[in-house]
Design a protein around this ligand. Structure first.
Ligand SMILES: *Cc1c(COP(=O)(O)O)cnc(C)c1O
Length: 393
C-alpha cells in the first residue's frame, strides 16, 4: 500500500481489499494493525475545532477503518458499523415513517420478522410477507405507501435464492428502496449493490467476523444522502460497536476470501455426499443442480456458500438424536464461524410455528441445518454417518 491516505482502494480485487482497504500503517510508529482506540473523547484545538473526532459514539478511528474496509468489500462508497446485525436492521427501519409500508420475504431471518411485527408495527409501519421468488406476488404486494423492499438471499433454512436485480427493479418502479441482507452470501460471493440494491445489510457476527467471537452489524450504500441519514440514526440511536469489536471484525475480514473458499468447497462436497446418502431424503443447497434456483444462484453468486439443510429420513426425535450425537458439528444456533455447527429448525429456531404450518412451509421434523466449517470434510462425513447410525439404531 502506498502511504498516501487517499489511495484509491477500489482498484484492488476483493482478496487484496480484504487485507488492506481502510487500513494504513500508523504514520508515527509504522505499526501495521489498526489500534484498538479505547477512547471516548478527543482533545479539541479550540472550541469546535477538532481533528475529525469528537466523541466515540459519533466516530472512533478503529470503527472508521472497519467501515472503510466493509464498504470496499461490498464495492460501495459508504459503510456504517453497528453493535449487532439487528442494530443495522433497526437503522433501516429508522429511515421509514409512520404510515409507510414494507414488502419482504415470508422466510426472512426470525429476528427481522420480530423487529418488523413486534416493534415497528407498533409505530404504524405496515409489513407484507410474501414469497420473494414469485415476482408477481411481490408486484401485487407493492402499494403507493411502499417505501422499502427488504430482501434476503440465500434464505434460512431452505436456502431459497432471490433475484436481487429483478427485485431492485420492482422496488424502484415503485420509488421504494431495495435493501439486501447479504449475511449468508458475504460480499466475497455476492455484491448486491452491483445488482441495483440501495443498501446492503450484514450481521458481522457470522462470516465477516468468522470466528464466533463477536456480535456486530453493518450497512453499506453508494448514496451519499442515504449514508448521511444512516449516520444520523447511527449516532442518535447509539447502537455502535466497541473499538475492540471493530478490531475483531477487521481481523476477521482479512481472511474472508480464504475462509469462504474452504467453506464453499466443503459444503459442495458434503451436499453431494448427503444427496447420495440412504438416510437423507433431500438436500437444500444452491450448488446442487436439483436446487430450484440453481441457475440464478450460479449467475448471481460467485460460489454457493457454506450453508445447507437436509431432510433426515426419520422422526423429530431421531433427527434430534442426530444433532445431539455429532462431535465435529456443534449443536448451536448461529453460523459462519470456522467451526461446523448443526441445528434442527423444527425443535429450535422454528419450534414456535405450529407443526402443520411448519410442514407446509417445508420445515419438516427431520430437517437439519448445518453451517459447514473449515475442518476436514471427511471428518464431517464420518461424524454424520456415526450420528445417523445412532439415531436409527
Ligand atoms: C444473525 C442474522 C441477523 C442478525 O444479526 P445479529 O448480529 O445476530 O444481530 C440478521 N440477518 C441474518 C440473515 C442473520 O443470519
Amino acid at each position: 500500500m502506498s502511504d498516501d491516505g487517499d489511495a484509491d482502494e477500489s482498484r484492488f480485487r476483493i482478496e487484496t481489499a480484504a487485507i488492506h482497504a481502510g487500513q494504513e500503517p500508523d504514520p508515527e510508529t509504522g505499526a501495521l494493525m489498526t489500534p484498538i482506540h479505547a477512547n471516548s473523547t478527543y482533545e479539541q484545538d479550540g472550541p469546535g475545532d477538532h481533528r475529525g473526532y469528537e466523541y466515540s459514539r459519533t466516530g472512533n478511528p478503529t470503527r472508521t477503518d472497519l467501515e472503510a474496509n466493509l464498504a470496499a468489500l461490498e464495492g460501495g462508497e459508504f459503510g456504517r458499523a453497528f453493535s449487532s446485525g439487528m442494530g443495522s436492521i433497526n437503522t433501516v427501519c429508522n429511515l421509514l415513517s409512520a404510515g409507510d409500508h414494507v414488502v419482504t420475504g415470508d422466510d426472512v431471518y426470525g429476528g427481522t420478522h420480530r423487529i418488523f411485527t413486534q416493534v415497528y408495527e407498533e409505530y404504524d409501519l405496515e409489513f407484507d410477507f410474501v414469497d420473494t421468488t414469485d415476482h408477481d406476488a411481490v408486484r401485487d404486494a407493492m402499494r403507493e405507501e411502499t417505501e422499502l423492499l427488504w430482501v434476503e438471499t440465500p434464505t434460512n433454512p431452505l436456502m431459497r435464492v432471490n433475484d436481487i436485480g429483478a427485485l431492485a427493479d420492482i422496488a424502484h418502479e415503485h420509488d421504494a428502496l431495495c435493501a439486501v441482507d447479504n449475511t449468508f452470501a458475504t460480499p466475497y460471493l455476492q455484491r448486491p449493490l452491483e445488482h441495483g440494491a440501495d443498501i446492503v445489510s450484514h450481521s458481522l457476527t457470522k462470516y465477516l467476523g468468522g470466528h464466533s467471537d463477536v456480535v456486530g452489524g453493518a450497512l453499506v450504500t453508494d448514496d451519499a444522502e442515504l449514508d448521511e441519514r444512516i449516520g444520523f440514526y447511527q449516532n442518535s440511536v447509539g447502537a455502535t460497536p466497541s473499538p475492540f469489536d471493530c478490531f475483531l471484525v477487521l481481523r476477521g475480514t482479512k481472511t474472508l476470501p480464504v475462509r469462504m473458499d474452504r467453506h464453499c468447497d466443503n459444503a459442495r462436497d458434503l451436499a453431494a455426499w448427503l444427496d447420495d446418502h440412504d438416510a437423507v431424503e433431500r438436500v437444500y443447497y444452491p450448488g446442487l443442480d436439483s436446487h430450484p434456483q440453481h441457475d440464478l444462484a450460479a449467475e448471481q453468486m460467485d460460489d454457493f456458500g457454506g450453508m445447507l439443510s437436509f431432510e433426515f429420513d426419520g422422526t423429530l426425535e431421531q433427527a434430534s438424536t442426530v444433532v445431539e450425537e455429532t462431535e465435529v458439528f456443534t449443536l448451536a444456533e448461529s453460523l459462519g464461524g470456522v467451526e461446523s455447527l448443526i441445528e434442527q429448525p423444527a425443535a429450535m429456531t422454528h419450534a414456535a410455528i405450529p407443526k402443520e404450518e411448519r410442514e407446509a412451509a417445508g420445515l419438516t421434523d427431520g430437517l437439519i441445518r448445518v453451517s459447514v466449517g473449515v475442518e476436514h470434510v471427511e471428518d464431517m462425513k464420518a461424524d454424520l454417518d456415526a450420528a445417523f447410525d445412532a439415531a436409527l439404531e
